[in-house]
Structures are given as structure tokens and as C-alpha cells.
Design a binder for this molecule. Structure first.
Ligand code: ADP
Ligand code: MG
Length: 675
């Protein structure tokens, strides 16, 4: 039976942490000064602007954890990602996303550097973590690990592991499995090295756009998803499946396009990228607001795909990355404020037990079916082998029948009759022998076919079984070193935690002593001094509030400019659409169309009424926007996950076979999987 405790939903907030990267060479050469200071004990980040009159107080923001520029990749993993991966291994959904201005370390945090094991980021470290867990699990536990990698560029979804990374894929929704990307390629992986190779292939496909700000700047959002399914026999002697899904998200730069000096195509690109980040902001605002009944998830591909991660069924951590230089003051404040709001998002999480779309269940069923087929084949073969002798020599032997009339016939006639009978018998025997040989040959051919089928079934069974990982198997290979590093980092962290605890206790003791002393002041002078201090603190608070107000106004102005940019871009698009319409569709038809359209709120698209009767939609069966198609709800099968086949011998990992028990798949087959 599934554990009732695990299936009950728990409510928890999105965890938000901040990471500051070190000052880079260019910033040092430019003479920038460090405007960011991190207080790891109180988990706050303070940003101070020098050279302003009147002087401004530092802006201080508190988070769940803060990391200064000396924090190692391993520490980041152990303190932010590791707890999420642990939960994913228990069957929860998890999301880790990096948000921040271009060049502040989002990709460094998520992917890291290949040059040394200790510089690897969250994605490769999570591979080592997952496979080390499988290696340590009991033998009675089975696992299946599957990955997808996609990017959202210009509001178009692209498959980074597919045959054509330029093809735009559709985001769809089904009542049973929720939002998914149609035709997305999924790989079943057997070890951390394989996963790593897949990541490298995907990264190569990632669209990198150069901007004036950073030539390596990524203009796309990338989502690397790992699904871990595990099955275990319960006390009811049945197998129980759990499925945890981990989204590792490297968002596009959060900076406003004015800073990147974008023009033309790049401007349009930037507007769209900002648009999807703005929607992310709106979703966060609506979730935090508490009064909003409508969360605008549908307004961008990013928020649709991450719907569960924000306000849904997912353990989520947001890593906000910032740079230390004063030149980025405005962007840094903007990132910190954005991240601060996200802290208040509440998610409701539960273990995904017995999920309808678990591959492990399907594979196990297929394996059982194949085993049964194989058994049947073997039995048939045995029966056939036994029966092979049935038409042997016995049938071909000479018959010695006695003739009842033999005594009454004269010798000549007897002789003739005997001769005739012998001839007849010989003929019959020849025919029998011929028939028997034919039957024998047919049986042999059938036996050959059965044997071949059996071989194919065995082959298929072996391939399916190889996808399912058994607990305790050593799958770590080269990643073993990575796992050891992680474990060492975890031990060191524990040690530091204990030290911090000791320090904090000391601090509390000193604070108590100080308060004790303060309480004992008696003279008016002391009271006066205390009151002055209080007043100073009040003035400080007032100044902070004023500064906060100014920040908010600046932020609003900034958002307004972004929205206006989008409006301008959209206006241009509408004008173009109008031009096309006016040139090709007569005015009276336009009026007719306008009369018969209505807005479908659920799908977020215009639909023409009664278009099914016009026959228009029949010529374009793949067009998703026709009324007939958009109303159609697909039956809850998993066919979307298994679409096309193709040779992928040059690719790492195993591409999945379409689950088809009677046919034998080609050597390398592909699985298209929902997101
Ligand atoms: P983003 O993905 O946010 O645009 P990158 O991850 O590409 O930024 O980082 C920009 C540069 O800064 C890279 O050269 C990267 O190696 C370096 N960098 C970022 N964060 C750190 C860090 N914490 N420690 C050392 N170098 C860093
Ligand atoms: Mg990047």
C-alpha cells in the first residue's frame, strides 16, 4: 500500500537563495567598486550606492540563504539542489531555476565548467547524486531514468535532443497528464556518464545570441528535465511505482533590452524574451497577491511549462544570481526585488504514486508479456519436437494385411491379385512418404520461424530489461569521483553548520548580557542616549522606506517601458496582419468573419463558429487552430510519447522503443515524450 503520509499534500514556500559572483576582469579594469555585501549569518544581502547625494541607506533583503563570491560549486549543490534531488528520488516533483542578469552566473551555476570536477554545476552534480542513490538502493527496488532537454526561444519551443532543433514544437494539455510538449524526444539513461553526454549534445544545440552586453549571452530559456521512476514491492505484495520529475531551468537574462542596445530582429527577440519573463513576474505577483483568482500561466510558454513549479505540485528553489559591480546597481536591485517576491509563493506538494504515465509500469507489463510469449513459444517448440516422429517409418512401412478370400482363389488369380495389391501398396506408400516429407518440411520451417521469433523476443526482452535499473547496481563509472566530492562537501558543510551554531549561541549570550546592561541604566543621561539611538534607528527606517518607495517607482517605470515596447511591437504586427488581410480578403468577408468569431478563454485563441461545416479544416489536418481540432480532446493513451523512429547510433543514451509487443523494433528507435 502507498504510504498515506507520503501521499498527503504538504504546503511549503518556494525557497529563494542569492548567489553573488566574483568581480570579473573587465569590471576590475573599469575601476568598478563592489556595491554588494553578503551577511551569511542573517541570510541578508545589502546593496549600497556610493557617490549619491543625499547619501542613501543600503538596501537590505533577506532570503532563505545567501552565498558570497567565494562559495564553491559543491557548496551551492549541497545547500540548494541536493535537498530537492533527495525529494525527487522520493517521488516528488522538483524545480531549480536560475534567474538573473546576463553574465551573473546562471549557466555557471546550473551547468558549470567542464575543466575540473569541483567546478561542475547543479545539472551534472544531480546526475551523480541520482545514480549514486540507485547504486545504494536495495536490490528489490527498480528504477527508470528518462531525460528531455528543451529551450524556449522567441516564444517557440525547441527540442534540444531531437533530430531537428529548429523545429518549433506544440505545447499541449491533457486532463490526465497536464501540460506537455508534443513530440519531445525522451532518452532512457543508464548511468551518469550517459546523462552527461546527452547534456553536451543539448548544449551544442542551444541557441546563443550575441548582444553588445555579453557575446556569450544566452537569449533563450533552457529546461533540462529528469524523470526518476522507482518501483518497490509493498506489503500487499504488489509493485508500487513513484515518479519524481526534476526541472533544471536556466532562464534567459533578466536585463531590460535598452541595456543591450538591441535593434531590429534582436529588439523583437528581446521584447519577446522580456515578455515571457514579464509573464513570469505577473504569475509570481498574482500568486503572492493572494486575492487574484486568475493566474496568467497561459500567457507564455515558459509559465505554462513551469505551471507546477510555481504555485503547484513541486518543491522549488530559485537561485537569483547577481554581480557585485556598482555599474549593475539597477539590475541587481531589480533581481533582488524579483527574488524577494518569489519567497512568498506557496506550493502544495505530494508524492506522485502510481502515475498513469509511468514508463516503468508499461515496461514491466511488456516484460511480463514478452516472458509469457517466450514461455508459450518454448512449449510449442517442445510439443513440435515430440510430434516430429509421428509420421515416421511406421507410416512408411510395408502393410501385411491378410486377404480373407485368399483360400478360395486359384493360384494364378492369387498371384495377379497379390501383384496388384503390392503395386497398390507401393503406390500408397510412395504417396504417404511424399506427404509425410512435405508435412515434415513445413513443420521444420515453422520450427525455424518460432525459433527466430523466440530469439527476437529474447532480444527485445533483454533490451527492455536493460532500461530498468536494479537498485544496488554500480552505475557510477566516472561520476564516482563526483559523488565522493559531493559527499565530502556535505560533511564539511555539516562541520561548518556546527561551528556556526556555536558562534550563534555565543552571540546570543553576548546580546543577552548587553540587554541586561541596558536595562540597568538609571541616569537620565543614559536614558537620553538610548532615546537618541532609538530616534536614529527610526530615521534610518524612514529613510529605508523612502528608498524602497523610490525603488518601486523606478521598477514600475521600467516595467511600463517594457510593456510599452511590447505594445509597439504588437501594433506593428497588427498593422502587418491588417495589410495582408486587406490585400487578400474582401471587406465584406472580413465583416462576416468578425461576426462569426469568438474568443476561447480556455485555449487562449480565436475560433470561427461552424468552421467544421465549411470543409476548410479538412485540408489541413495538422493545423491546431481549427475549431474542430481545438475542441477535440485526445483519448488518454500515451501515444504522444512514442511517435517517430530514427537511427541515432551516433547519439549517447538509448532511444526508446515504441511499446509494441508483437513487432520487433529496429535496432535504434526513438521515443517522443511529453514534457
Ligand atoms: P549567465 O549565464 O548568467 O549569463 P555565466 O554563467 O555565463 O552568466 O557567467 C558569466 C561569466 O562569469 C562566466 O565566464 C563564468 O565562468 C563567470 N562566473 C559566473 N559566476 C561565477 C562564480 N560564482 N565564480 C566564478 N566565475 C563565475
Ligand atoms: Mg547563461
Amino acid at each position: 500500500m502507498p504510504d498515506a503520509e507520503l501521499t498527503a499534500p504538504t504546503v511549503e514556500n518556494v525557497r529563494v537563495v542569492v548567489r553573488v559572483r566574483p568581480m570579473d576582469q573587465r569590471e576590475k579594469l573599469d575601476g568598478s567598486y563592489n556595491c554588494v555585501s553578503v551577511d551569511a549569518l542573517n541570510n541578508t544581502v545589502a546593496v549600497t550606492r556610493n557617490n549619491v547625494t543625499p547619501p542613501e541607506p543600503p538596501r537590505v533583503y533577506a532570503y532563505d540563504a545567501v552565498f558570497d563570491s567565494n562559495t564553491s560549486q559543491m557548496d551551492i549543490y549541497v545547500q540548494t539542489a541536493s535537498p530537492i534531488v533527495e525529494q525527487v528520488l522520493k517521488g516528488y516533483n522538483g524545480t531549480i531555476f536560475a534567474y538573473g542578469q546576463t553574465g551573473t552566473g546562471k549557466t555557471y551555476t546550473m551547468a558549470g565548467s567542464n575543466t575540473a570536477p569541483e567546478l561542475r554545476g547543479i545539472i551534472p552534480n544531480s546526475f551523480a547524486h541520482i545514480f549514486s542513490h540507485i547504486a545504494k538502493a536495495n536490490e528489490d527496488e527498480k528504477f527508470l531514468v528518462c531525460v528531455t532537454y528543451l529551450e524556449i526561444y522567441n516564444e517557440e519551443v525547441r527540442d534540444l535532443l531531437g533530430n531537428n532543433p529548429h523545429q518549433s514544437l506544440e505545447v499541449k494539455e491533457r486532463p490526465d497528464i497536464g501540460v506537455f510538449v508534443k513530440d519531445l524526444t525522451g532518452y532512457v539513461v543508464h548511468n551518469a556518464d550517459e546523462l552527461e553526454k546527452i547534456m553536451v549534445v543539448g548544449n551544442k544545440n542551444r541557441h546563443i545570441g550575441a548582444t553588445a552586453m555579453n557575446t556569450e549571452s544566452s537569449r533563450s530559456h533552457a529546461i533540462f528535465s529528469i524523470t526518476v521512476e522507482s518501483s518497490k514491492r509493498g506489503s500487499d505484495n504488489k509493485m508500487h511505482v513513484k515518479m519524481g520529475k526534476l526541472h533544471l531551468v536556466d532562464l534567459a537574462g533578466s536585463e531590460r533590452q535598452s541595456k543591450t542596445q538591441a535593434t531590429g530582429t534582436r529588439l523583437k527577440e528581446a521584447t519577446k524574451i522580456n515578455q515571457s519573463l514579464s509573464v513570469l513576474g505577473n504569475v509570481i505577483s498574482a500568486l503572492v497577491d493572494g486575492k487574484s483568482t486568475h493566474i496568467p500561466y497561459r500567457n507564455s510558454k515558459l509559465t505554462r511549462l513551469l505551471q507546477d513549479s510555481l504555485g503547484g505540485n513541486s518543491k522549488t528553489v530559485m537561485i537569483a544570481t547577481i554581480g557585485p559591480a556598482d555599474t549593475n546597481y539597477v539590475e541587481t536591485i531589480s533581481t533582488l526585488r524579483y527574488a524577494n517576491r518569489a519567497k512568498n509563493i506557496e506550493n502544495k506538494t505530494h508524492v506522485n504514486s502510481e502515475p498513469g504515465d509511468a514508463l516503468l509500469t508499461r515496461f514491466q507489463q511488456e516484460i511480463d508479456q514478452l516472458k509469457k510469449q517466450l514461455d508459450e513459444c518454448t512449449n510449442e517448440e517442445e510439443v513440435e519436437e515430440e510430434g516430429e516422429g509421428e509420421l515416421s517409418e511406421e507410416d512408411l512401412s510395408d502393410d501385411t494385411l491378410t486377404d480373407p478370400e485368399a483360400d478360395v482363389l486359384d493360384p494364378t488369380e492369387k498371384k495377379i491379385r497379390r501383384k496388384l495389391r503390392r503395386e497398390e501398396k507401393e503406390k500408397l506408400n510412395r504417396e504417404k512418404a511424399h506427404l509425410a516429407r512435405k508435412v515434415l518440411e513445413e513443420k521444420k520451417a515453422e520450427l525455424q520461424r518460432t525459433k527466430k521469433q523466440q530469439e527476437e523476443l529474447k532480444d527485445k526482452l533483454q533490451r527492455l530489461e536493460s532500461k530498468v535499473l536494479v537498485g544496488g547496481e554500480n552505475l557510477l563509472d566516472k561520476a564516482d569521483a563526483q559523488r565522493r566530492l559531493l559527499e565530502q562537501a556535505a560533511r564539511e558543510l555539516e562541520q561548518r553548520r556546527l561551528n556556526e551554531l556555536r558562534l550563534q549561541e555565543d552571540l546570543q549570550k553576548k546580546e543577552a548580557e548587553r540587554l541586561d546592561l541596558e536595562e540597568r541604566y538609571s541616569s537620565l543621561q543614559e536614558e537620553n542616549a538610548a532615546k537618541t539611538r532609538k530616534l536614529k534607528r527610526a530615521v534610518q527606517l524612514l529613510n529605508s522606506a523612502k528608498a524602497e518607495l523610490a525603488d518601486q517607482q523606478r521598477e514600475q517605470q521600467r516595467e511600463m517601458e517594457g510593456i510599452l515596447d511590447s505594445v509597439r511591437a504588437l501594433k506593428r504586427e497588427i498593422q502587418l496582419a491588417d495589410l495582408v488581410l486587406d490585400s487578400y480578403i474582401p471587406k465584406e468577408y472580413q465583416a462576416l468573419i468578425e461576426q462569426y468569431v469568438h474568443w476561447n478563454e480556455q485555449l487562449g485563441e480565436w475560433q470561427v463558429k461552424c468552421v467544421a461545416y465549411t470543409g476548410n479544416n479538412m485540408s489541413a489536418p495538422h493545423h491546431a487552430n481549427t475549431h474542430a481540432h481545438s475542441k477535440h480532446i485526445e483519448p488518454p493513451d500515451l501515444s504522444d510519447r512514442y511517435l517517430s523512429y530514427g537511427a541515432v547510433s551516433s547519439r549517447p543514451g538509448t532511444r526508446l522503443a515504441r511499446p509494441h509487443t508483437s513487432a520487433v523494433p529496429r535496432p535504434h528507435t526513438a521515443l517522443r515524450q511529453r514534457q
